[in-house]
Every structure is written in structure tokens, then in C-alpha cells.
Design a binder for this molecule. Sequence first.
Ligand code: 2XP
Ligand code: FE2
Length: 302
Amino acid sequence: MSTAPAPGQIVAGALAPHPPHLVYAENPPQNEPRAECGWEVLRWGYERLRADLQKKQIDVIIVHSPHWKTTQGTHVLALPQFQGLSVDPIFPHLFRYQYDLRVDVELAHAIVAEGRAAGLELQPMENPKFRVDYGSIISCHMTRPTWDLPIVAISSNRAHFDFGNEVGEQLQVRLGEATRRAVERTGRRALLLASNSLSHRHFTVEPALPEDMTHEHIYHHGQYLWDMRMINHLRAGRSRQALAEMPDFIDGAISECKDGSLTWLLSALGFPAYPAELYGYGTVIGTGNAIMGWDPARAEAR
Ligand code: 2XP
Ligand code: FE2
């Protein structure tokens, strides 16, 4: 059944991690390297997420990425179009991707304005030569490979790193609220993506064939336990408990949540008390990746 949500709301949210390996293994025309296979369980998870999102009317995707790291507050893409070649600095043999994307500039400015009104430091990114980060590109590609929707990309500021996890978390909660207000004010039906992995300890040696799945496995039992703990909270609708444990999770699992994307998403969604859908969990070079979705309409129907 197709749903037609009223304008001015977040129609879905997803935890949409960005290992470049997933795009590599999909072999899309935009990416130069070719793969035989790999990380299927995660890629099938994305397939199921995409199928659920197809049932929704969505005007725009807002993505918050750990790999656009800004030190002077939060930046937001704010020109109508960006194009270029995105090369993963750690995995240039897996990800060399030609991107050409459209931005919802009005919504971008609304996020900047709402964030500033809440006392946050925000800047619109208006340099036409700016190279969009690979985290934003990969999460958007895996969620919506047709690129038929405009996006708004939001940077991760360095507050967790510079001032501590608690300060960083507070800022991301406020940024999430400001994002929600901007969506409501502009009348958009928005899909929000948090681009981060969960546990994040990497292998230090890559196999000769990157997609050789005989090498892929959980790196560390303690990190796995942390991932399961957070996933169980979110699947049970305990997002406030997940938030409460986030500073310890970040340290215990060396988590990419340290860049704030998941906290921003949970805050924008109003800290869901309804269950998240788990579409897939798997490791990529040992890091823990969960693909999860929040559907506010499903929660209302309960
Ligand atoms: O190192 C990172 O942050 C990456 N995005 C690449 C690799 C695997 C992630 O899970
Ligand atoms: Fe990453």
C-alpha cells in the first residue's frame, strides 16, 4: 500500500552506514573499480530498506556524515548542484565514484537558520568546487541509487573530539531538533540518514582480494557485545536508553557514533519509543554495521 504523508514531516529515518566496500561490491556505473561479490548480507539489507522506502512519498534526503569533518561548527551543502570524482582516501582501489547530485537549497538554508536560532554555529557551503564527502555519497547511493531526489548533506563537527562526548552529544541533539523544525517549516517530506557504522575497530591488513569473504569476521567480542546492546535498545524502542549509553558506547566500541550522526537522527525523530526495523548487520573489515529504519507512520498505526 502506498502512503501519502502530509507535507512538513520526517517520513522515515535510517541508520545507513557507508563502507565503500558496499558500493564497490554493487558495481554501479559511477564507480570505477569492479568486484566479483562481497558483503551480501549487508547489501541485501539495503535492498530491503530501499523496498520499504519505495512505498513512501519522499521529497528530499537529509544525510549526516562522519566524513565531512568541520571544525568551525556545522556546515550544510547549499548550492543547487555538486559534481566531481570522490575517492576514498583509505580505499582508493575500491571507491572512485563520479557523483552528480542536486541539493534542496531552500531546506539547507532553513536548517542553517533553525540551528542558528537555537544558538548553534552553522554555515552554508557555497563553494561550487567543494568535493562532497564519500560518507554522504555512499549512504545516499546505497539507499537511493537512482539519485532521483535532491539531498541536503550536513557535516559532523568535531565537538566530541575537542570537548568530550557529552558536549558533542548535546550539540547533536539540538541539531536534530533544528533539522526537524526546518523540515516542518519548509513543508518537506524528508528521509533522514545517519551515515555511521557502530563498532569501528578496523583490520590492519587487507586480503589480496578485498571481497574474499573467508577473511571477513567479527574483530573483537567486546565490540560485538556493544553492537548487540545498542541494536537491541533500538529494536525495542529504547532510543532514550541508547542515548544515555552513547558516550560509553563511543568509547567502548571506538564507535563512529562519535561523529554524532546517529544521535542527530534519533533527536530529529523525537527519540522513538517504537521499534526500529533491523534490515541487516554485518562486518566490513571487522567494523560493525547495522542498517536500521524508523517509520513514524508504523508507530502511529500501533
Ligand atoms: O574507516 C571508515 O570510517 C570507513 N568509512 C571505511 C571502512 C569501513 C567501515 O565500516
Ligand atoms: Fe567511516
